[in-house]
Design a protein around this ligand. Structure first.
Ligand code: ZN
Ligand code: ZN
Length: 322
């Protein structure tokens, strides 16, 4: 009896899991939306038990998160996590391209080429679903490289990272401004693998993923996804002219509705208004920049990679040394 009942239950659960997962990864569930079991059950025409199990698994995969009140939401990745996600991808995908250079079959190389061609064609179109289709092609490209590597561990490991990347992309890619750059980078990776040139392939995948890491970092800063307002309020304001934190409040400026705090810098004596540019970066970003410096990156290079002003990074590094 129980043996007969097990397979269909598993199927229902799998179905709930896959349905919910693809809705999350397609950006169909708003990040502000609190997920309620009964509503999801109704929406996907399923009973509550498989939905509950699916939610649990998606929480384990970090695609869903619960807040302090127990509310379930789609995960909004933090900048620090996003940066580390790309670090993992860089390490694993270097292995993947090395394996692919050695083991990719001619059929796999043809499939890779097809994906590159298809995304080039998609670039010229302006259809509604373009963003999702481009993301699909990009993920297929990376997955196929892992599959071509003849390393059975890489595919499932990268799969989890890839769904996190997808979540990140769907939340941060309001449009696809960098499609041409991404396409050019994919072309280089494909060429290197097709030429079975492992050294160039490793170099190209590293350049590509580091560039993606930078693109994400910039988007985070642009949309202030990284700045939780509570933490922000605890952090000192910084002078935009000399990056000193020795600043005093100096009245407010502007109309009643749009008034801004004015500050005077005790270090250089100049005044400035509190705008986003003067806002402080998160402790994660500070740590990340200091770590980049320790690993040998120059201050200007760090600025290019993270968007943090090099003077700020110099100050952080000095403070960390003292
Ligand atoms: Zn890519
Ligand atoms: Zn100053």
């Amino acid at each position: 009896m129980s043996l007969q009942r097990l397979p269909p239950r598993k199927t229902l659960y799998e179905q709930a899991y896959l349905t919910l997962r693809s809705a999350i990864l397609a950006g169909e569930i708003d990040i502000q939306e609190r997920l309620i079991e009964t509503q999801l059950a109704e929406r996907f025409q399923m009973s509550r038990t498989p939905i509950r199990e699916a939610i649990r698994r998606l929480q384990q995969e970090k695609l869903l998160t619960s807040d302090s009140n127990g509310g379930i939401y789609v995960t909004k990745p933090a900048l620090h996590d996003a940066i580390k996600l790309y670090d993992c991808r860089i390490a694993l995908e270097q292995l993947a391209v090395m394996g692919a250079c050695e083991h990719a079959t001619n059929a796999q190389l043809q499939d890779l080429e097809q994906i590159v061609v298809q995304s080039a064609n998609l670039e010229k179109q302006t259809e509604e679903n373009r963003k999702n289709r481009l993301l699909d092609l990009n993920f297929r490209f990376h997955r196929l490289i892992a599959q071509s590597s003849d390393n059975p561990w890489l595919v499932p490991l990268l799969e989890q990272l890839s769904s996190q990347t997808r979540l990140l992309r769907i939340q941060t890619l309001s449009d696809t401004p960098d499609v041409i750059k991404i396409h050019a980078e994919h072309c280089q990776i494909y060429e290197a693998i097709a030429n079975r040139d492992a050294e160039t392939a490793v170099q190209s995948i590293t350049v590509h993923l580091k560039a993606s890491q930078q693109r994400i970092t910039h988007i985070f800063q642009q949309y202030e996804l990284t700045v939780p307002s509570q933490t922000e309020a605890l952090l000192p304001i910084q002078c935009p002219h000399c990056q000193s934190e020795a600043v005093n409040r100096n009245g407010r400026r502007g109309s009643n509705q749009n008034h801004k705090q004015n500050y005077v810098c005790r270090n250089c004596g100049r005044q400035f208004l509190s705008t986003y540019e003067n806002h402080r970066y998160s402790p994660e970003m500070r740590e990340h920049c200091i770590a980049l410096h320790r690993n040998g990156s120059g201050f200007r290079e760090i600025e290019r990679m993270t968007g943090v002003n090099h003077n700020t990074v110099i100050r952080w590094v000095k403070a960390a040394q003292s």
